[in-house]
Design a binder for this molecule. Structure first.
Ligand SMILES: *Cc1c(COP(=O)(O)O)cnc(C)c1O
Length: 564
């Protein structure tokens, strides 16, 4: 079963979540979708990789929202046996002084060309484990700090051991975010010098060798966002896995900081956009943090009508998305408009089926969908309802929103409730719908079917953002705060529009700027200058999609991070 994959050394890609298929809820949001797109591009390029993640048998959660906007969370169970094959190897970890057996499932990701990538889904749900340990890999980001640390042990330590036990030879380990950083500790142990050969004071660990083997992509631009565990908890759960002094030197004196650990044990480190790399260098002085800006998978995120159009006019675009740079000259206005209207019609029908509201195809529609959490500011659009009503009386428009709040993010949940209130308050002037259950399939429909993709994060919190890149593949321009990828992608009036300035921390006038852009730029253009509007749609394809795709991103990882 593994023969096909173990005959050559591979790059091991570790990620807590990976969005492999819409019916496999092994992801929660952007990080997982990025990991999935990474592997989809790797499959198209037939790069020798193997990915490791958790099986998350109960998924992240299924979102329901009641009439008052209250989020209800249900388990999102799935059956791995339906999608993947059990691996024969199992390895043992010691967690809380107990032996915990970790096994895995082999899922084969098939590219839309010929590529096949092996993905290992780690599982602890075995009869030989105690009941509580069988639950470790049950819910993605579920449970308390102790459970999170156990999950990260399974991912990092379990993953690297299971790869070895299954016969994989690994030439490079890529940690997608810090969750898997414990794998580097395992490498330290694996390549430790024998004690008897050491001179007094000499370290038994071969740091340079481990650093050569590891690369690390950080995704979190704020200190508080990094995974951190108290050493009390670490000793309770991991025992004395590695010498205390060494651990504290590598992972932090006060607590075990997974980002620090990964930074210290990786030769190649990168942030996910230029601004994010710059912020990371300020946050972690002394480290060389490079920038590889994220991208999205061309085939996956282009809707059917645009795929057909690109296939006809720009053949080869799927493997060489740079060809899309010709979109502004090679696609006719009529073709682009029709392809978009098709996607809009599909979305309108989907929305009617989901929430029994019928949007008007003639009116411009704004889309906003992402994790519901404070820094994403889904309420910025609603900060002055009178102003919004006034704009809508001149230029009628509609809004579609979606997104899950993490079960323990009370602020995020309150934001969904406040959106429901605004929907009622604006019922007579603006049609606004909130779609429960945001997932990849819904994202595909939304990024293609709305007319403008809106993003209003608090600077500098949006490390990259990727949904706006998906919109660009469908000729949908962004109206967005200058943060993350949009600092690189925005050419005002050509690929979309900026909200506010690009100062990393000045968020004071964003609402005013948003209303001003809507009323004076975006809506008048949509209503009165259709050809100029379509030029912006083409600009998004030609100048955004041609660059912010995961093929370009993977070629950079391959040449800069994997081959050094
Ligand atoms: C793309 C995507 C995201 C990430 O969107 P951002 O704009 O980066 O916040 C989250 N969830 C789903 C389902 C997605 O498809």
């Amino acid at each position: 079963m593994l023969d096909e994959f173990i005959h050559e050394p591979r790059i091991a890609y570790f990620s807590m979540e990976i969005a492999l298929h819409n019916d496999m809820p092994t992801y929660s949001g952007g990080l997982g979708v990025l990991a999935g797109d990474t592997l989809r591009s790797a499959a198209d390029m037939e790069l020798p990789m193997v990915a490791v993640t958790l099986v998350s048998r109960s998924g992240y959660f299924q979102q329901q929202v009641d009439d008052s906007g209250h989020q209800l969370e249900n388990p999102d169970g799935w059956n791995p046996a339906q999608w993947a094959t059990p691996l024969t190897a199992k390895i043992a970890l010691t967690i809380e002084h107990r032996t915990v057996w970790v096994g895995g499932w082999l899922y084969i990701l098939k590219g839309h060309m010929n590529g096949r990538q092996p993905i290992i889904l780690l599982d602890t749900d075995f009869a030989e484990n105690q009941e509580e340990d069988r639950q470790i890999t049950n819910q993605l980001y579920g449970g308390d700090d102790a459970n999170r640390l156990k999950q990260e042990m399974v991912l990092g330590l379990g993953g690297i051991r299971l790869l070895q036990a299954s016969g994989f030879e690994i030439r490079q380990y890529h940690m997608n975010e810090g969750h898997s950083a414990l794998l580097a500790l395992e490498l330290l142990q694996r390549y430790a010098y024998p004690q008897e050969n050491l001179r007094p004071g000499e370290s038994k660990y071969d740091l340079p060798r481990v650093r050569e083997l590891c690369c690390f992509t950080t995704h979190t631009p704020v200190e508080a966002g990094h995974d951190r565990f108290s050493y009390d908890l670490v000793y309770q759960i991991m025992g004395e896995f590695i010498e205390t002094n060494t651990l504290k030197q590598l992972a932090g004196e006060e607590s075990l900081n997974m980002t620090r650990l990964a930074l210290n044990l990786s030769e190649f480190v990168n942030g996910v956009a230029k601004r994010h790399a710059q912020i990371s260098r300020t946050m972690f002085p002394g480290y060389h943090v490079r920038a590889i800006t994220n991208g999205v998978h061309p085939f996956t995120w282009s809707c059917k009508s645009f795929r057909q159009l690109f296939d006809n006019q720009l053949p080869g675009w799927c493997h060489e998305p740079e060809l899309l740079m010709r979109a502004d000259c090679c696609l006719s206005n009529q073709e682009v408009w029709q392809a978009h209207q098709q996607a809009k019609q599909d979305l309108i029908e989907d929305i009617e089926n989901l929430v029994s509201v019928r949007l008007d195809a003639e009116l411009p529609c704004f889309g906003f969908a992402r994790r519901m959490t404070a820094y994403k500011r889904p309420d910025l659009l609603f900060s002055d309802l009178n102003r919004l009503k006034k704009i809508a009386s001149r230029f009628p428009f509609q809004v579609v929103l979606a997104g899950k709040a993490h079960p323990r993010d009370e602020g995020g949940k309150r934001l969904i409730e406040s959106i429901y209130q605004h929907i009622e308050e604006l019922a007579d002037t603006v049609t606004i719908v909130f779609l429960p259950g945001y997932d990849m399939e819904m994202a595909k429909k939304l990024v293609a079917g709305v007319d403008v993709w809106l993003n209003t994060p608090l600077r500098p919190m949006e490390a990259s953002g990727t949904s706006g890149m998906k919109a660009a593949f469908n000729g949908v321009p962004n109206l967005s705060v200058l943060d993350g990828w949009w600092i690189e992608g925005c050419i005002e009036g050509v690929t979309g529009w900026a909200i506010g300035n690009s100062d990393a921390t000045d968020n004071s006038n964003d609402a005013a700027s948003l209303y001003e852009k809507l009323e004076n730029k975006v809506l008048p253009l949509y209503y009165h200058e259709r050809d100029a509007w379509i030029a912006v749609m083409k600009g998004a394809i030609a100048k955004n999609a041609s660059v912010f795709n995961s093929h370009r991103m993977m070629r950079r990882y391959a040449t800069e991070a994997y081959i050094r």
